[in-house]
Design a protein around this ligand. Structure first.
Ligand code: PGA
Length: 250
């Protein structure tokens, strides 16, 4: 089974020109990127360009899906549209969206919608603070349970969990995740998933890690952390770093 590498471009690059530039650079490393299951999640306006320029080495992901009820909704993009463009995956419940008010309930609705459309939901969970008493384990448990409400056991294998501790994300990260510590969280997440579904289903769910992953820490995070891949922000916009992470995963 190939490991999974998802590049979350967030609201970058700022221009279409830069987008093409990065894609051209990435395509030079396509043989390396093909050794893992690579996904690129660009801003939706670039989906078509990314699709054209990366089809030989990556699949398409989005950073969210909208839950517009049937009818006319100015400004909305529907899951149907994303599907028709060839989107295979959706990052859901990213902490930056949760900060804008997205709740576990919203995330669970999106997860179920993605499954209906045959889009793989990457369900992001992660604590804001890594307290010494370990209260964050309870927080993660609740986030997972509530974000997966209504997901059938038979659909469990279709979802991916991304553990992204908020304190380790982005350039303002206040700490560094170590592989050993990550492995404890992976075991804990598996336990929670086993309680929600069952052992077999839990074993079929892939767990990714995200939060300041780069080409230097990727190897120890995957080897010691026991994850199935990474969700990468900043380093996914730097072709060399992104490929370095792919190499650590293969
Ligand atoms: P980062 O972002 O890799 O820049 O820390 C990760 C994420 O937010 O998904």
């Amino acid at each position: 089974m190939k490991k999974i590498l998802v590049g979350n471009w967030k609201n970058y690059p700022e221009t279409l020109k830069e987008t093409k530039y990065i894609l051209n650079k990435l395509s030079r490393y396509k043989l390396k990127l093909k050794k893992v299951a690579t996904y690129i999640a660009p801003p939706n306006v670039y989906l078509e360009t990314v699709k054209d320029k990366s089809k030989s080495f990556a699949s398409l992901s989005t950073q969210d899906i909208t839950l517009a009820p049937e009818g006319t909704h100015t400004g909305e993009i529907t899951p149907e549209m994303l599907k028709s463009l060839g989107v295979k995956m959706a990052i859901l419940g990213h902490s930056e969206r949760r900060k804008l008010g997205e709740t576990n309930k919203n995330v669970s609705e999106k997860v179920r919608t993605a499954i209906v459309f045959g889009i793989t939901p990457v369900v992001c969970v992660g604590e804001d603070v890594h307290d010494q008493d370990g209260n964050y384990f309870e927080f993660i448990s609740e986030q997972i349970r509530e974000s997966l409400v209504g997901v059938k056991k038979s659909d469990a294998k279709k979802i991916i969990i991304a553990y992204e501790p908020v304190w380790a994300i982005g350039k303002n990260a206040t700490g560094v995740m170590e592989g050993k510590e990550l492995s404890q969280m992976v075991i804990f997440i598996k336990k929670v998933l086993t309680e929600i579904f069952d052992r077999k289903s839990a074993d079929s769910i892939k767990i990714l890690y995200g939060g300041s992953v780069d080409d230097e820490n990727a190897l120890s995070l995957v080897d010691d952390g026991g994850v199935d891949g990474f969700l990468v922000g900043r380093a996914s916009l730097d072709a060399r770093k992104f490929v370095g992470i792919a190499e650590a995963l293969k």
